[in-house]
Design a protein around this ligand. Sequence first.
Ligand SMILES: Cc1ncc(COP(=O)(O)O)c(C=O)c1O
Length: 393
Amino acid sequence: MSRFSTRTDFPRAPNALTEAHAARQARGLPLLDLTESNPTRVGLPAPDVDLLSLPGGLGYAPEPLGLASARHAVAESWLARGARVSAEHILLSASTSEAYGWLLKLLCEPEDTVLVPAPCYPLVDVLARLEGVQTRAYRLPLAHGFGLDAGAVESACDARTRAVVVVNPGNPTGHFLHEGELAALAEVCARRGLALICDEVFSEFPWDDEPDRVPTVAGRALPCLTFALGGLSKSVGLPGLKVGWTHVGGPESLRDEALARLEWVSDAYLSVNTPAQHAVPALLARAPRFQQALRERVLANRARLLAARPRGAAWDVVRAHGGWSAVLRVPTEPGEEATCLALLAAGVRVQPGYFYDFEGGAYLVLSLLAPPERFSAALQVLVDGLGRMFPAG
Ligand SMILES: Cc1ncc(COP(=O)(O)O)c(C=O)c1O
């Protein structure tokens, strides 16, 4: 194996759940899927924009930071959320994932570390590994509704830590960053010279009017270098278009240096496709319609889930305030994987908490995106299966 880098030596053996799922499919058995998180497959309204017929759509515009028209439209969408930002401080990438890669190149030497929240969607570990960068987890305490504890962040720092990743709201925990949490975190970052990378891909999907919530870190006078990440993948539910964005903020000299260097990084790839960039203003103008439909879908499915929980059930739905998922807390025996396997055998698919690095109990994660009939049918099998496994006390 010496011909290949250790960075790409990922474990490839399928886990027991993947194998059981494949075996079930091979036998042609029906399955109700509560893991569907692809917004293009759940019957939500797609924007009526024909990318290739837009003026300039088939041209090639090699702008490293992205087309000015697209960056202005992104700045306006931030304004709609109450954040006044300059288009000059925004750069486009093909996705949020790509933006993470660029930020890791910008900030880290090989073997440096970045801090990532746990539990969390397992994305940054892979991206960091590909850049030769290490990740260290800081725990989001359950007792605090999986909110951020700046003390836990600081304890996770080592001499090589360069940045802290925050996912606001958390995926799948649905906890928004609060003003007090941000102030404490920014103070730690400024004191230790760390950059703050705030992944805001789900921030346009709050479920309520929780006070003190931070909708975005963009446009704030924070004392540390700050990156706010988003993209079409969640904002308009079109991950296939491959357009993400990063707002760079913080002390002026750091911000400008970061932007100048990022321009070089993105120029080496020029990965954002031109037709999609031309379409960004029209797509973002239609975003409120998609976001409203998605929020209604998710809220109605969550209400169905809460209503379906029998009184005194041994499992519960974890409190959350936004996003596309729900987290269930279940009894610790027989374990998350065995529980998911039993539910799969009963005909419904959910994810085990360990995919997301949950600790301190057993958890299941499910998507709230499915259309109502599909969701209700799957929910019935889920609730019956959980009832059989964990009889109410
Ligand atoms: C929290 C979070 N950030 C980023 C991404 C990736 O987004 P993109 O499609 O823009 O790479 C995901 C994907 O689901 C995600 O859950």
